[in-house]
Write a protein that binds this ligand. Structure first.
Ligand code: BT5
Length: 246
């Protein structure tokens, strides 16, 4: 059941829906506040990277959630949104993207969407931004894809948002309980293309190659390398190929 009262604010143009909603959240906006834009002049990715999209061809939205989640399981808040977007796409057009650790929606090796989750205060809220390429596959050279290229259908951003919010409503209460978080974690593991892949981890200080073997309860990715198992807590990864054995 959809238990959240959504309050959606739509913009023809904004700098970044995440920046806007984070300010609203700081000022006490309630859970369920949502910002959606046709165009962002300063769309943000993680680590000061940018998220690009021409006007009207992508879902560009941010959602404010205020669950009670232990700090080490905060990643499940953005996971709940990513899983909801995934289900929304399947319901809308049959596409079933996979998730790539830590925050991408992918079709094979191509990036369909990304999430940017920001904590408000000391965990009083989470602004989860989501960008999904609907009718434009992303900037040249980044290996992106879009729903139109994958399925031949044009989905309107608002339609995708509405179904995604309904799906978030179904998952939202899971975040508040230990058993619910286990359920979400299981759904995430099932949707995560990363597990069982040979991957390259790229971090500021180093890079390593190995097989992703597990996702810990705190979101840490366990990677088996020739030098032993390494716990990867942050970083970017590249999927190289499916590993022969797990
Ligand atoms: C992400 O960052 O993937 C998070 C993207 C979140 C965007 C949403 S849109 C609504 C909300 N408001 C915001 O301001 N942001 C959120 P990251 O993993 O750092 O990926 C960024 C990288 O993806 C860039 O450096 C490019 O290489 C690539 N990229 C940029 N635009 C893309 C696109 N449309 N499709 C595919 N790849 C893209």
């Amino acid at each position: 059941m959809d238990s959240i009262l959504w309050h959606i604010r739509e913009f023809a143009e904004i700098d970044s829906t995440n920046t806007y909603l984070a300010q609203e959240a700081q000022s006490g906006a309630p859970e369920g506040a949502v910002a959606r834009a046709d165009f962002q002049s300063a769309g943000r990715g993680r680590l000061d990277r940018s998220w690009e999209a021409p006007r009207g061809v992508s879902l560009l939205a941010s959602i404010l959630l205020r669950p009670t989640v232990p700090p080490e399981q905060r990643f499940l808040v953005s996971a709940a949104v990513a899983l909801s977007a995934r289900t929304a796409l399947t319901r809308l057009c049959g596409l079933q993207p996979e998730l790539k650790w830590p925050n991408d929606l992918v079709v094979g090796k191509r990036k369909l969407g990304g999430l940017l989750s920001e904590v408000v205060g000391d965990g009083e809220g989470y602004v989860v931004g989501i960008g999904v390429n609907l009718q434009w596959p992303g900037p040249e050279g980044v290996g992106g894809t879009c729903v139109l290229d994958e399925m031949g259908v044009s989905i309107e951003p608002r339609a995708m948002l509405d179904i995604t919010l309904g799906e978030i409503g179904r998952r939202r209460s899971l975040l508040d309980s230990e058993s619910g978080r286990v359920e979400l974690h299981d759904e995430l593991v099932h949707a995560l293309a990363t597990l069982g892949q040979m991957i390259r981890v790229e971090r500021a200080q180093d890079s390593l190659t190995g097989t992703a073997i597990a996702l810990e309860r705190d979101g840490t990715l366990m990677v088996a390398t020739p030098d032993g198992v390494v716990a990867v807590r942050y970083g970017d990864i590249v999927h190289l190929r499916a590993a022969e054995t797990l």
